[in-house]
Design a binder for this molecule. Sequence first.
Ligand code: F6P
Length: 305
Amino acid sequence: MGLNKVGILTGGGDCPGLNPAIRAAVAYLVRHGIKVIGIHDGWRGLLTEEVTPLGVESVAGIIGQGGTILGTSRTNPLKVEGDLAKVIKSIKAQGLDAIIAIGGDDTLSVAAGLWERGVPVVGVPKTMDNDIEETDYCFGFDTAVTVAVEAVERLRDTARSHRRIMVLEVMGRYTGWVALWTGMASGADWILIPEVPLDLEEMCENLHRIWDKRRYALVVTSEGLDMGKTGGAGAERDAFGHEALQKRGVGQWVADQIHDRTGVETRASVIGHIQRGGAPTTFDRILATRLGIGAAELIRQGRFG
Ligand code: F6P
């Protein structure tokens, strides 16, 4: 198949590493005489036909920038009847011979849907959650954990001064990777993840014992922890049906439980989207660059899906 023009998009939550991945794919394709079109704001850009040609100059100097120069959204063309057909029509109208979709589970599920309908697609896995099947690491994760570890270090200083227990809530959706790595790398005293059932008594007994000895303690909790309650049917959800987990208030709830059971002054902090911004770590830059080149190579070889 003669390949002339490839579209590239980033979808879902942004994370550090998207720009290095775009940069690598664009540089590789352009060097091989293939035109690249940047699709704005994930799958939405194909519905609205907002696209921009990308050259080597467009991606110069972005390797160290967080976010995505293409913009992103959680648009789900599988949700609205007729949207997938519109996306396919738009790909044809733009003269795109193939698509590189950089995203997590959601963006890649749309990519899979397109592939099943005959669209040549290559997916690049990314997410700070590190939860994509068949991957050991996703870019964005290392940077997010690095930022969160620094946050715990800062909390340690103030916890020690005030003789408090501090709880840090991190993102990660339904998996505990971010909380586990943050807690392990910062030497937290207790780590709460969705994969392990919460035992409040055990946690509080341990925290009290630690606090008795050194007068402070640190807890890292995942936003997706099972508190025995969810927002239920009324909870705010995105186009892929995911609950806005930050709104569940896990960190504050955990802090209240600790305070009630131990009597020790306890404070909660939510690091939130701070984990998703900033310069990618070296690890994320390299992984993203390798994946960007990998995707472009697969495109050239005609290996899709
Ligand atoms: O999937 C990445 C992620 O940061 C999750 O960890 C978090 O639950 C979610 O996105 C937050 O989404 P939004 O940016 O739409 O608030």
